[in-house]
Every structure is written in structure tokens, then in C-alpha cells.
Design a protein around this ligand. Structure first.
Ligand code: FAD
Length: 454
């Protein structure tokens, strides 16, 4: 097959790249390994009309790229109900609270969270998300882990747990694995710490009507036969005139390729000639973590009647985080459980039945016996997904951003990079993936000295 451009991977990064190239009048082949599109977003729509987002789901303020894409296709969003109290559990003690910070913690703990938040805000201001490795203190911050920094800056145990897990949880890894510079970079890429720490009114609190699948379907309709499913790309060769992309049963010849595969698993593709050293080394050094996203389905959102929002958090539990993930209809209702990092790795070693029992017991211990009245249990373990390499997103361990960071987006000859991990703005979010696709499409067209369609 001969096309202008070949795009590898049909998550939001690749879908947006292919969409923009096609809209600009180019021929495109989008090769996707799985038999579905969406990558780390995946909506299951059931016969009773309930849809469940098994991966990325929430969107929020400042995520203009995903909202613009939805507007283009006439897809609506709705506010995820958040009224009611949240709960946090530290060493057996329960804190019930409204807002972002459990003010029922000791004044000492609350003050500690406040000072850490201010400090992070100041540090983020010193970071240009387009080049975090150039920040004046980049080297120093990149030698420190998130755990190490918290050791020096948190004196209260509950404050420490809240801060450690709300950040490390996002990278689905232990806080000791993550570079402080990387944490600051991701916060800066989302406009500061409020977004990443889930501060009320600054965080992702909206959902897409119909789930992420509604957007996938709209894009796929436009892509038509440019999309090729079940085509895991095995090799990409480049020469002076173009690229040759090979899957198990397709060979695509194009002028340029955009690879929109998670950075942690790009090395599964054989590049000929080999990629430049810094890019290869970057790919070897940016891992993803372990995460379960589980939907507990109920006839109704019973927690709301108890004055609860459905949000609860307790480190070291098989139900680390719970969130109300119901659709825009009242029934059926969904309580989502997200368990990540070391706890998720432990869960993977249990049998399906042991895991299910453990999760339900943990939720019932927090919310009471009504938690056992579920009508369905839908478990998604991203850790064992070959074409995701884990979830939610790849992070940089110490030393990686300052040594190899510039290779995150830099094209390698005729090979360009898309995907959320290549986005300077909203790194790690669905919105970042969309932005990366918009950028990569312009990039390849500019490299071929073509004009972007109005
Ligand atoms: C459990 C979970 C919850 C999340 N929650 C949120 C949330 O609420 N809000 C938010 O903004 N973000 C969330 N995220 C993150 C968000 O889902 C991702 O940032 C985003 O979907 C990444 O899109 P992408 O296109 O960069 O990569 P992906 O979605 O991973 O797409 C990459 C694609 O490449 C394909 N592929 C891989 N290898 C090959 C190959 N060799 N050949 C061909 N194709 C290949 C894959 O199958 C996949 O389709 C969550 C992620 C997870 C896992």
C-alpha cells in the first residue's frame, strides 16, 4: 500500500494525527495492533445501555483540545456528580470531609499540606513545560525522587499519605521510583499542582456522554478505510525517500511515519536503521506502572443518599481509590475502584475470585454492607495489556529527563512521535494525546513542505 503518511497506533494520539492528515487531503494508513481503537481509553457499551469507561474517562478545565474535538463532532459532556462528603483512611482512622483537603485532620497536617502546595506552585513556575530539563534547578530536582522530597517536606503522616499517593497514584508506581523534576513537569504541563492534585474546580470532573467510545466512533467514521485494525507493526525502515512500515500482513510505503505508541513499549518495534542513541535510551528508561480500574455496578447510587460523593481513599488497600463513575443516567450506577502501584502488582498475583472478594470487602469496610449489593463486577487490569505496557502513563525515574528528555518529541529522520507522553501540555492526559496528534500532523506536513488545510 502506498500512502502519503503512515500512522502507528490508534489511541487518541494516532487517531487525531490520522484525522487531521486526512482532513488536509492526504492519503493515510493508520495501523492499530488491537482489534479496537482507543488504546488506554476503552468504552464497553452493554445491552442495557450502560457504558463503562475501562480506561481514561475524565476531562476537565484547560483541556481545550479534547473539548474542541468533541465540539467538532457534536459530542456532549456532563458533570460527574461530586456532591457529598469524601472519605480518607489513614492507619485505621477515618476522615470524612467536603472539598479537597480533609480539614478534620490535625491543624498541623492541614498546615503542612498548605505549605507543600505553595512550595510546589512556586517550583512549577520555574518550569517551562516545553523544556523542563532547562529549568535552573533541573539537575538538582532530577536527582531527587518524589518520596525523597516528601521525606524532607512533610512532617505529618496523614499529609504525607495524601500527597504521596495522589501523585504517585497517577504514575501507578511507588513514590521512590519517580523523579521530582518529572512530577513538577507534569504539574506544570497542566498549569500547576491544582490539576494533578485534584483540587476542586481545577481537576477533571466531567465525562463524555456515551463514554470515550462516542469520540472514537465519530473519528473512525471519518477515517473510513484508512484505519487497519489487528495490524501490530513489527518494523519501520526508513531511507532517503520514505518509510516502509510492516505489520504481520501489511506493508505500507509512505513519505513519513508518525508513531503514536506509548513510549514504554515503542522498543517492541524494530527500527532500521536503529534509532539515534538518545531516543533508544529514552525508550528504555520510561516505564509505565501497574493499575486496575474496576467498575462496581449497582441499581442505584446508594452512597449519595448517605451524603457521600463516592470518593474515598486509603493507601495500601485493594480499593485504593473509589470514585462515582455513573453515567448521565441515575440507573444503573457505577462506583469505580482504582488500585495502582505496588498494591496492584500484588493483586495481579491473586486468583480472580480472591481479587474480587478482596476488592468488595475493602469497599464494604468503608461504605457499609450496601457495597455488597452489586449487580456486576467489571475488572480491567492494564498491567497485562501487551499494547499498553501498563498504565496509566509512563513516568521518568531520576536522571532521565535531564539526560534524555529532549528526545521525547524530536523526530528521527522520517519518523515522528505522537501520544500523550510526547505532549508538553497536559502530559499524560487524553487531552495531551489529542494535542500530540494535532502537533504531529502539522509537523509531518511541514516537513514535506505542505500547507495545513484551513
Ligand atoms: C486506568 C486508566 C485511567 C485513566 N484515566 C484518565 C482520565 O480519567 N483522564 C485522562 O485524561 N487520562 C486518563 N488516563 C490516561 C489516558 O488514557 C492516556 O493518556 C491516553 O489515552 C493516551 O493516549 P495515547 O494515544 O497517547 O496512547 P494509547 O491510548 O496507549 O494508544 C496507543 C495505541 O498504540 C497501539 N499500539 C501499541 N503498539 C503497537 C504496534 N506495535 N503497532 C500498532 N499499534 C500499536 C495500542 O494498541 C494503542 O491503541 C487513564 C489511563 C488509564 C490506563
Amino acid at each position: 500500500m502506498d500512502v502519503d503518511f503512515c500512522v502507528v497506533g490508534a489511541g487518541f494520539g494516532g487517531l487525531t494525527t490520522a484525522l487531521r492528515l486526512k482532513q488536509a487531503g492526504h492519503t493515510v494508513a493508520l495501523l492499530e495492533a488491537r482489534d479496537r481503537v482507543g488504546g488506554r481509553t476503552w468504552t464497553e457499551t452493554r445491552d442495557d445501555g450502560l457504558w463503562i469507561d475501562r480506561g481514561g474517562a475524565w476531562i476537565g478545565p484547560g483541556q481545550d483540545a479534547i473539548y474542541a474535538l468533541m465540539k467538532e463532532f457534536g459530542i456532549a459532556s456532563y458533570k460527574q456528580p461530586t456532591e457529598g462528603d469524601a472519605m480518607m483512611f489513614v492507619e485505621g482512622k477515618k476522615y470524612r470531609y467536603n472539598g479537597t483537603i480533609p480539614l478534620s485532620m490535625s491543624p498541623w497536617a492541614v498546615a503542612n499540606i498548605g505549605t507543600v502546595f505553595l512550595e510546589l506552585t512556586q517550583m512549577c513556575k520555574q518550569i517551562d513545560p516545553h523544556a523542563p530539563w532547562d529549568a535552573p534547578k533541573a539537575k538538582k530536582w532530577d536527582q531527587t525522587t518524589w518520596a525523597g522530597w516528601l521525606d524532607r517536606n512533610t512532617l505529618s503522616k496523614p499529609a504525607r499519605q495524601l500527597l504521596e499517593h495522589s501523585v504517585a497514584g497517577l504514575y501507578t508506581s511507588a513514590a521512590s521510583e519517580i523523579s521530582l523534576l518529572f512530577v513538577l513537569y507534569q504539574m506544570a504541563s497542566a498549569g500547576g499542582p491544582s490539576f494533578v492534585l485534584g483540587v476542586k474546580d481545577a481537576a477533571e470532573d466531567e465525562r463524555v456522554v456515551g463514554g470515550m467510545g462516542a469520540i472514537h466512533r465519530a473519528i473512525c467514521n471519518e477515517l473510513g478505510d484508512s484505519l487497519h485494525l489487528s495490524q501490530p507493526v513489527r518494523s519501520i525502515a526508513q531511507d532517503a525517500d520514505g518509510v516502509t512500515v510492516r505489520s504481520d500482513d501489511m506493508v505500507v510505503r509512505a513519505r513519513r511515519a508518525v508513531v503514536a505508541v506509548p513510549v514504554s513499549i515503542v522498543s517492541q518495534i524494530n527500527f532500521e536503521p536503529m534509532l539515534p542513541m538518545d531516543r533508544s535510551f529514552l525508550q528504555q528508561r520510561m516505564p509505565s506502572g501497574a493499575v486496575y480500574k474496576i467498575a462496581l455496578v449497582y441499581d442505584e447510587p446508594w452512597w449519595r443518599a448517605d451524603g457521600l460523593s463516592g470518593q474515598s481513599f486509603g493507601a495500601g488497600s485493594m480499593a485504593s481509590l473509589t470514585i462515582d463513575a455513573s453515567t448521565d443516567r441515575e440507573s444503573p450506577a457505577v462506583l469505580c475502584v482504582i488500585t495502582e502501584g505496588p498494591e496492584a502488582r500484588k493483586m495481579t498475583k491473586l486468583s480472580e475470585e480472591e481479587r474480587k472478594k478482596g476488592v468488595i470487602d475493602a469497599v464494604a469496610a468503608r461504605f457499609g454492607e450496601k457495597a455488597r449489593t452489586l449487580t456486576d463486577y467489571v475488572e480491567q487490569n492494564w498491567t497485562i495489556e501487551r499494547y499498553s505496557g501498563g498504565g496509566m502513563i509512563a513516568h521518568a525515574p531520576p536522571g532521565v529527563l535531564t539526560e534524555f528528555g529532549p528526545s521525547l518529541r524530536e523526530p528521527c529522520g522520517r519518523i515522528h512521535w505522537a501520544g500523550t507522553e510526547s505532549s508538553a501540555i497536559m502530559y499524560g492526559f487524553i487531552d495531551g494525546a489529542v494535542r500530540s496528534g494535532e502537533r504531529a500532523a502539522v509537523e509531518v506536513m511541514e516537513h514535506e513542505a505542505m500547507k495545513v488545510a484551513p
